[in-house]
Design a protein around this ligand. Sequence first.
Ligand SMILES: [Zn+2]
Length: 75
Amino acid sequence: MISCKDVAGEVLRADGPLPFRRRLSLAFHFLLCSGCRDFRRQVGSLGTVVRHLIQREQKLSDQELGQIIERVKGE
Ligand SMILES: [Zn+2]
């Protein structure tokens, strides 16, 4: 099983979709580990904050922002 540290790294990474097996081990970890579930939720709300900041600074389109947020949030 992957470690909590690995999970945190994957949650924060924003370089595209993960391979299926990696997503599977992440999903399994979230099932068993409430700490990482909380962390993922926090990153989710962080994504909203980041969205507002980026929008204000760079005037990206909603679609571009959506893509960025999805990458921040992961699955
Ligand atoms: Zn964990």
